[in-house]
Design a protein around this ligand. Structure first.
Ligand code: ZN
Length: 109
């Protein structure tokens, strides 16, 4: 009397984009590239998270409302804050540190 678990496949179709996801790096790298090009639209108004939403839609099979709910919970209130507050690799900081490194190299003693 075993019941086949037919729902397993359907549940896997849409995943939430969270740092634990195997595709988080793909998402965060794409977001980093988008922010490099176009910047962030801020945390208010109709364009909030527009880059992230676009990237998630393009990646496919992502539960976008669930992802954004998680991201806001983790203090990612705009696209750049996703990389600042949610991304475990802090891709935003990598840029800042790279910039600082250049200045430090010119420091006199
Ligand atoms: Zn921002």
């Amino acid at each position: 009397m075993t019941e086949p678990e037919k729902q397993t496949k359907a549940e896997k179709l849409n995943e939430a984009m969270i740092p634990e996801s195997p595709r988080w790096d793909e998402f965060a790298n794409a977001l980093e590239a988008a922010l490099d090009k176009w910047g962030c639209d801020g945390d208010a108004g109709p364009n909030v998270h527009r880059r992230a939403k676009r990237i998630m839609a393009e990646m496919g099979n992502i539960d976008i409302p669930a992802s954004l709910a998680f991201i806001k919970d983790a203090s990612g209130y705009c696209d750049c804050e996703i990389l600042l507050n949610v991304d475990p690799d802090c891709r935003v900081f990598r840029h800042l540190v790279a910039d600082l490194g250049e200045h430090e190299g010119k420091e006199r003693q």
